[in-house]
Ligand binder design. Sequence first.
Ligand code: FCB
Length: 447
Amino acid sequence: MNHNEDGALRFPQGFRWGTATAAHQVEGYNTNNQWWAWEQQPGRIANGDTSGAACDWWHNAERDFDYMVQLCQNAHRLSVEWSRIEPQEGRFDTAALERYRALLKALRERDIEPMVTLHHFTNPLWLEEQRAWLKADRIATLFRRYVHRVVAALGDLCDLWCTVNEPNVYAVMSYFGARMPPGWTDMGAAITVMQNLLLAHAVAYEALHEAQPSARVGLAHHMRYFQGLRRNGLDGLAARMISGIFNDSVLLALLHGRWHWILWRGAPVSARKLRGTLDWIGLNYYTRQRIAFDHTGGQALFSTLAITPGAITSDYDFGEIYPEGMSHLLRQLARYRLPIFITENGLPDHDDDLRPMFIVRHLRALWEMIQLGCDVRGYYHWSLVDNFEWSEGWRMRFGLIEMDPRTQQRTLRQSAWLYRDISRDNAITEATIRLHVPELVSQVFPR
Ligand code: FCB
């Protein structure tokens, strides 16, 4: 075990400690994508919020990059906004690419390694209007060209690429769950979009490696730890089915070269073509998800989402705090013998009364999995600063740093200092736990 004499839980040398963000959630005035248009429609976003100036990163991300330095972070995952880079079909904006160059340089100057995501939920309006994600050939061509441009412009500043953020969430929430634009409730469309996202990932993998031999390419996969609600066979069965569709289908396609049965019909290419297109796996982990079987049909496929009775769920019942779920999923991912990053993990907690405990328990679990041989290279907390949380608007606060969107004023939460101490020491030390979450000392350091 990687204990010191002082009993600290040490992480591997060179471990990446960072946070994650997405362009639309932090940049401000991304007026040329489908989300901006969606936000203007009444009833779409909680409290009628809009992204507006967001965290003002387009003009001044550097202010928050300075906080990253103060908080001893050595990595950051951010995304580039397709609608800025290609505002009209086939017209690329060199000034936008220059701004991204400046951002990456600013991170490098601060010894912060960037990971760049190429697609994080948003599309240029022109692309959305063509419904391009429903058309395999079209999206493959467009995405390849866009990725080529990005890597040509930014490749000397970044070689750690995340092609697509959460293909399962994007496909389901946009085309079946109606929580994201275009707000459809069409299962068939969601399946097509999911297939095409995986295809786009593979196309990007190829394009990035063509342009940059040193590229390390992966994708951020949102996985939930699904379990039946009640101890009856049917809930368990339903949970396994949903887990297969939501979690495993992505791994099956990209690592085994097989389509999950739900994705098999009408698939644009043989899944064999997708196999081997991951240099690393990104895990976005938030919560355990209980599933109840419902013979009348449920929300989908005879299943309904549920929450463990009595569970601690953070603000707005976002989800159950359950670090053991991350361990289960890491054990599953470790079988592929690829480097793993925790590309997102966090919770909405305006008052920061649960976040310190959340961070410590998840990092403790992560440390344990690393001791067991899991090749985890880094952890990106979601998020650095409160940002525009999609259909939840500004009411869900995920930041280590509190931010008032009306004034842009920042206030560091206690969690920021806790996470700083862990990043600085590359370890969870007893002193850190005593200082920030004394009630957890005996849990983190059992004697
Ligand atoms: C993830 C998204 C990210 C953020 C967090 C809370 O699903 O990738 O943009 O909204 O949830």
